[in-house]
Design a protein around this ligand. Structure first.
Ligand code: PAN
Ligand code: ZN
Length: 199
């Protein structure tokens, strides 16, 4: 059988290690870091984000290690996703979140460390939240935007796995936001409606 070739690159069988303490991959092609300065607008209380920056300086909110697997039908892409503990105002640190560019594609997240929520929300605002903790797998069906939220006090580490041709649509969430947010209320995570959500 022919090996798949994309960008003149042959995909050979491989394996990779993911450190269960740090989430670091021992062999990766892409490393994405999201720092507060770059994503202040993702937090609903942008003033709190600016205050945080002025008081404490920049901070890493989350990062991702991944292998450069071709973004084509038939492939399976995966990464190590690490969201750090903390809050901006009363909102927990979280990933930007996105729909898939091919919106019908699903995703499976396997949680390795920490305690969090997976927020899944449809374009009409319907939402579901599933808890993430070590050993727990969360299935994100197609047509749901998804975001990992760290509600604990250690890094939230997970292994997301998704179809090669899923793609990432960040623009919709950047413009509209999620309708639902997870905030700390009296020391407990609580779901609120985003006051700035654009229908
Ligand atoms: C994940 C996410 C990862 C980072 O691999 O890409 O957790 O979150 P953002 O992409 O929202 O910045 C995934 O859902 N891939 O499809
Ligand atoms: Zn995804």
């Amino acid at each position: 059988m022919d090996l798949k070739i994309e960008n003149k690159r042959v995909v050979y069988p491989f394996s990779v290690g993911i450190d269960s303490e740090t989430g670091m991959m021992d062999d990766y092609d892409v490393h994405i870091e999201r720092w507060l300065k770059d994503i202040t607008k993702m937090f609903y209380d942008e003033n709190a984000a600016i205050k945080y920056l002025n008081k404490h300086g920049n901070i890493k909110i989350y990062e991702v290690y991944e292998k450069g697997i071709p973004e084509i039908d038939g492939e399976v892409r995966f990464c190590s996703s690490i969201t750090y503990p903390g809050k901006i105002g009363d909102e927990y640190f979280m990933t930007k979140g996105h729909f898939h560019s091919r919106p019908d594609t699903a995703e499976l997240y396997y949680c390795i460390r920490g305690h969090g929520y997976m927020l899944m929300e449809r374009e009409n605002g319907d939402y579901v939240i599933e808890e993430m903790y070590p050993g727990r797998a969360v299935y994100v069906p197609g047509y749901y935007a998804h975001r990992s939220i760290n509600i604990g006090d250690e890094p939230l580490i997970s292994l997301p796995v998704y179809p090669g041709d899923a793609g990432h649509d960040y623009g919709t969430i950047e413009q509209k936001g999620f309708k639902h947010l997870v905030v700390d209320k009296d020391g407990k995570p609580s779901i609120i409606v985003n006051p700035y959500y654009k229908e």
